[in-house]
Design a protein around this ligand. Structure first.
Ligand code: CP
Length: 312
């Protein structure tokens, strides 16, 4: 595994290896040990061309926990002199970068960077346009496995703006490969991509029907920055029909967990009482992002060795 650009087409074994590796890192960093020396002397460069709180900071924390040197390039102030992306990359590579973590508003940007870096450099996709957000999907799968164990008996419902969501696409690919019993998407027709049926999911437009017997409810943000003329109800109307409230959540299993990749829009796709409620694992997802990103970084740079497990 040299780059990590998408979950599409990845074999189940590899996804399980990422989850297991993340589990062993979580076991170490949850306790007194805060750092391991696996990436000592390596340089990780965060190239975020689009805003991020959770992904950028947990990538930085993950690299630091692995003892790498981390640089956060402020793209807004770095590329002001008309330099092309490619020239900028060549210069950063000349500074002996080992890894680029790339977020960009254009689908395919991380693949483009991966095609143009030298053989010793790994590229991780931290979210590109509507295309993919593979580490988000893996931290979501990690969180689900911690709460529910096996994927096979699960009904997982993904709710909201699937059309513009790179998270949903990566989740569907990863959860399918991991053998999830049933993946549902719940959304208005205007927020579903044309190829949705081909992704092997069950489509619902009625939220209460779609949530029935669900084990996991994954909410999505309305991605307004990627909408161009989409036919949308007003926010209060959207919340009334597709916002997750305690009342609608009652249709899911009593032990269903509630997830959201963040940032959450309270009162638009989720009610505060649900976001803060006992079934919400939203902040756990953020914490789990550190171990999962440690796993992906160490596996792509080929330095992963099984962490010594502490005696029970
Ligand atoms: N989930 C996610 O990608 O959040 P950020 O945009 O804050 O990184």
């Amino acid at each position: 595994l040299r780059h990590f650009l998408t979950t599409e087409g990845l074999p189940r074994q590899l996804l399980l290896q990422i989850l297991d590796t993340a589990e062993s890192f979580a076991g170490v960093i949850d306790k007194s040990v805060k750092k391991v020396p696996l990436l000592r002397g390596r340089t990780v460069i965060n190239l975020f061309f689009e805003a991020s709180t959770r992904t950028r900071i947990t990538f930085e924390l993950a690299a630091k926990r692995l003892s790498a040197d981390v640089l956060n390039v402020n793209v807004a102030t770095t590329s002001v002199k008309g330099e092309s992306l490619l020239d900028m990359l060549r210069n950063l590579e000349a500074m002996q970068a080992d890894m680029f973590v790339v977020r960009h508003a254009e689908s395919g940007a991380a693949d483009y960077v991966a095609r143009h870096v030298g053989p010793g450099v790994s590229v991780l996709n931290a979210g590109d346009g509507r295309h993919a957000h593979p580490t988000q999907a893996m931290l979501d799968a990690f969180t689900i496995r911690r709460h529910k164990g096996d994927f096979e008996p699960l009904i997982i419902a993904i709710v909201g703006d699937v059309m513009h969501s790179r998270v949903a696409r990566s989740q569907i690919h990863a959860l399918s490969a991991l053998g999830t019993g049933e993946i549902r998407v719940i959304a208005p027709r205007t927020l579903l991509p044309r190829d949705i049926e081909s992704l092997g999911v069950r489509v619902f437009h009625d939220m209460r029907l779609g949530l029935q017997e669900a084990d996991v409810v994954m909410m999505l943000r309305l991605q307004r920055e990627r909408m161009q003329g989409a036919l949308l109800p007003s926010e209060p109307e959207y919340f009334r029909i597709y916002g997750l409230t305690e009342d609608k959540l009652a249709a899911a299993k009593p032990d269903a967990i509630v997830m959201h990749p963040g940032p959450i829009n309270r009162g638009v796709e989720i009610d505060s009482r649900v976001a803060e409620g006992p079934r919400s694992v939203i902040l756990e997802q953020v914490t789990n992002g550190i171990a999962v990103r440690m796993a992906v970084m160490s596996m792509t740079l080929g330095v992963y060795q099984e962490m010594p497990r502490e005696p029970a």
